[in-house]
Structure formats: C-alpha cells, structure tokens
Design a protein around this ligand. Structure first.
Ligand SMILES: [Zn+2]
Length: 249
C-alpha cells in the first residue's frame, strides 16, 4: 500500500511538471506565431487575388482569340458575298426574261441580307474586342503591381519563417514528446482548456486563488496542490493549478 501511494505521488509530481513544461512550450510557440502576425494571411490573400486575375486573363485572352477567328470568318464571307454579288450583277445584263431577272435579284437580295447580318455581328465582335483589350491591359498592369507586392511580402514572410523555423520545429518536437509522455485524458483536458482560455491552461496559485481567473480555491485543494499530492484544476476556469514553490523549473 505504501509503495503504491509513493508511486502515485511521484506520478502526480511528474505529470504536473510535464504540464508546466507543456504550457511553457506552447507559450513559446504562440510567441513565434505572433511574430509572423497576419503576414501568412496577407500573402495567402494576395496569392488568391493573383490567381483570380491570372485565370480571368486567360479566359479573356481565349475569348479574344475566338473573336479574332470569328471576325476573320466574317470578313472572308463578306468578301465572298461581294464577289458573288458583283458576278450576279454581271449576269443581270445577260438575262433574257423577267423570270431569270427576278431570280437573280432575289439571290442578290438574299446575299445582301446575309452580308448585313454578318456586318452587324462583326461590329459587335469588334466592340467586344475593344472592351476586352482595355480590360486585359488594366488587369495586366494590376497583376504587375500585385506581383511586386506579393514578392515583397513573401520575401519578408520567408525571412521571418526561416529565422524562426528551426526554433519552431524543435519546440514542436519537444511538444510532441511531452504530449506522448502524458496520459491521453490529461492532454485532452489540457488542449480543451488551452483553446478555451486564451492559451493559458496551467497557472500558478496566487495566494489561495487561481492565478488565471482569480477565483478562490478551497483550502483543501490549495494544500494538496502545494504538497503536490494531487492534480487539481480551478473550479471556475478549469486551468490546472500548481504551486511555484514546488515547481522544479
Ligand atoms: Zn481559474
């Protein structure tokens, strides 16, 4: 019985130490992330903007190609029609009766009608081309200044990241070792409180109160926390409580 109790105390002390260390690691990780500020977010946002403009430019340029092909087709067809109409005009001199004359006139009218339709269509193509070209020009210049901004911010971000990368990965390694050495239940409580309590899940007793929220801690708990004989959490904020006097660090 004595042995069991003894081991239990050691386990409590060790768990509490690990929790304190875990909190220390997480606080450092948080400070590192704060160092990056909203740069990653900004860079991501700019990248998305850039991608959007690039896609839109591709679409517009494809449409421009289509329009060029279509208006060229129109021009070719109009030339064909003009050619045909002038041939029909020549034939008018050769007709021998009204029926032939009417037939030729009818065909010519038909041709002219088609030409007029194509001309209207081509005109609207040309207007669209004009608008698209202006918009492509604006977008390309926007893209230019955006790319500059992205480059500047990305370089800044990369330099901050590379400065802190080594420290961050070593902290993350330490964190995962620490987490593995704790039991799952404790870690899950820790993580929950950490999320809910603004990144502070393990706090020192402040007199007889919780060092996190200031709530009163019952004397029995205070005694046990000071004696390291049990792991307790604040009844109000849920944070793990420790007593600095007993902390190894
Ligand atoms: Zn509290």
């Amino acid at each position: 019985m004595h042995r069991t109790v003894h081991f239990f105390y050691i386990e409590v002390i060790m768990s509490m130490e690990k929790l304190i260390e875990l909190q220390g690691i997480d606080t450092k990780l948080r400070d590192l992330n704060d160092l990056l500020g909203d740069l990653p977010f900004k860079v991501n946002e700019l990248n998305q903007q850039e991608a959007f403009i690039k896609n839109s430019l591709i679409e517009k340029k494809e449409r421009l190609k289509e329009l060029a092909v279509e208006s060229h087709k129109g021009e070719v067809r109009i030339a064909e029609i003009n050619d045909k109409v002038s041939k029909l005009k020549d034939q008018l001199f050769l007709v021998t009766n009204n029926k032939q004359y009417d037939a030729l006139m009818h065909e010519m009218d038909h041709m002219k009608e088609e030409r007029s339709t194509i001309e209207t269509e081509t005109l609207s193509f040309l207007e669209e081309i004009e608008t698209l070209k202006e918009s492509v020009e604006t977008m390309e210049s926007d893209l230019g200044s955006l790319s500059n901004e992205i480059t500047v911010r990305r370089e800044k971000l990369e330099s901050v990241i590379s400065d802190s990368a080594e420290e961050k990965s070593s902290l993350e390694q330490k964190r995962s070792n620490k987490v593995e050495s704790l039991d799952l239940n404790t870690v899950s409580i820790y993580n929950r409180v950490f999320q809910a309590r603004d990144g502070l899940a393990v706090v020192n007793l402040s007199g007889n109160g919780c060092g996190g929220c200031g709530a009163h801690v019952p004397m029995q708990k205070v005694t046990e926390v000071r004696a390291n004989s049990a792991i307790h959490r604040c009844d109000v904020c849920g944070r793990f409580l420790y007593s600095e006097n007993n902390s190894v660090n």
